[in-house]
Design a protein around this ligand. Structure first.
Ligand code: CP
Length: 311
């Protein structure tokens, strides 16, 4: 299949075929990353800028590494120490970066829709690295890639996502991708953190964790965003951990599903350390697969089709 999109803004607009094509391309790049020379010439001469208006460890570093593994030139921009502090707008900043002949912009921003906004106004390719509460498409893709390694057949797979669904761009991207691929998704969390009418996306909702874990093959915990405590969404961290935290005895009882978390984790809140570091945890596999998935996204949005395997 030929991937025709110039940007990756969200998974809502992608078809099942496009999603699976990205994952299949990522599998080829995953093989490259296991070689002694972890580099291909696919994006030689292309310049990729990481523009991060919010904090990030995994996404930012893995996009940078993905671009370097594809032989692209990279530069990074963050709000700290930049002219954003002097009041420069997002569009002015990115247009100035583009004027330096940057070909692709990877953008993380606190405003939902920031990536769409840029894609309409600049010539460079735009990749959404997380926009507000809207989407985090490459996280959704790397999660799906990681699940598919263990469960090649996604159709009918039971996946539970636990936590603050309302404010989670990771949950949204996962829901779009999993439902399109035929997985049966259950959302579990406090009713204050469950978006209204979310069932319309094809998911099931419960606020009872034991029920959400029945016959499930994969469970994904989301980060409790401590800043939400002040908004009165949650009673206390201790209460949250007791009601929605992934604990070993619960997961044993549920038949030991695979455990995922996008990071960063609050150990002892949404996930116990014993679970995060246990034999069923896929958390570091997710991070490892993120590089290959982001290579695939950069490669395909640039218009790549045949992967040259030489360095
Ligand atoms: N999962 C994720 O987006 O992590 P970072 O915020 O560290 O990039």
């Amino acid at each position: 299949m030929i991937f025709r999109r110039r940007h990756l803004l969200g998974l809502e607009e992608l078809s099942r075929e496009e999603i699976l094509h990205i994952l299949d391309t990522a599998r080829t790049f995953r093989e490259v990353l296991d070689r002694p020379v972890k580099k291909v010439p696919s994006l030689r001469g292309v310049t990729v800028c990481n523009a991060f208006y919010e904090a990030s460890t995994r996404t930012r570093l893995s996009f940078e590494l993905a671009a370097k593994r594809l032989s692209a030139d990279t530069l990074s921009f963050s709000t700290t120490g930049s002219s954003v502090a002097k009041g420069e707008t997002l569009l002015d900043t990115i247009r100035n970066i583009e004027a330096m002949r940057v070909d692709m912009v990877v953008i993380r921003h606190s405003s939902s829709g920031a990536a769409h906004y840029l894609a309409k106004r600049i010539k460079a390719r735009v990749i959404n690295a997380g926009d507000g509460f809207h989407e985090h498409p490459t996280q959704g893709l790397l999660d799906l890639y990681t699940i598919r390694e263990r469960f090649p057949e996604l159709n009918g797979l039971r996946v539970t996502i636990v936590g603050d669904i309302a404010h989670s761009r990771v949950a949204r991207s996962n829901i779009w991708a999993l439902v399109k691929c035929g997985a049966r998704v259950t959302l579990c969390g406090p009713s204050t953190l469950m978006p209204a009418e979310i069932e319309r996306t094809g998911v099931r909702v419960t606020n009872r964790l034991e029920e959400a874990l029945e016959e499930v093959q994969v469970v994904m915990a989301l980060r409790v965003q401590r800043e939400r405590m002040e908004g009165g969404y949650l009673p206390s961290m201790r209460e949250y951990a007791r009601t929605f935290g992934l604990r070993s005895e619960l997961l044993q009882k549920a038949g030991r599903p695979l455990v995922m978390h996008p990071g960063p984790m609050n150990r002892g809140v949404e996930i116990d350390p014993e679970v995060a570091d246990g034999p069923d945890s896929m958390i570091l596999d997710q991070v490892q697969n993120g590089v290959a998935v982001r290579m695939a996204v950069l490669f395909l949005t640039w218009g790549g089709s045949e992967i040259e395997m030489g360095a």
